[in-house]
Design a protein around this ligand. Structure first.
Ligand SMILES: [Zn+2]
Length: 94
């Protein structure tokens, strides 16, 4: 299994695991450090994992940042500055 993404609430990833609904049928991932879990229960652990790993807003920001940095470079900005811009933005997202 690939590394679990950090909890979107507390940004830690050392205490994340599955929990089952009381009837044992549905599952989701929970951060046991802060208690965060998405408000959803899924049929399989695979679906629950996919949901935990999915970060649509983060992905949207990352794609936008990549586009901005690429546009800067394409418009004549130097490669090092474009790279530094991306690195700064990446750090802010962590
Ligand atoms: Zn947490």
């Amino acid at each position: 299994m690939s590394e679990l993404k950090a909890c979107p609430a507390c940004n830690k990833n050392n205490n994340i695991g599955t929990e089952k609904m009381s009837d044992g049928r549905y599952v989701r991932f929970r951060c046991f450090t802060c208690g965060y879990a998405r408000d959803e229960w899924l049929d399989t652990e695979t679906d629950a994992l996919k949901s935990w790993q999915s970060r649509p807003i983060e992905d949207k920001y990352r794609n936008a940042l990549e586009d901005i940095c690429t546009a800067f470079f394409v418009e004549g900005g130097d490669k090092t500055t474009a790279y530094n811009m991306y690195e700064i933005a990446e750090k802010a997202l962590k």
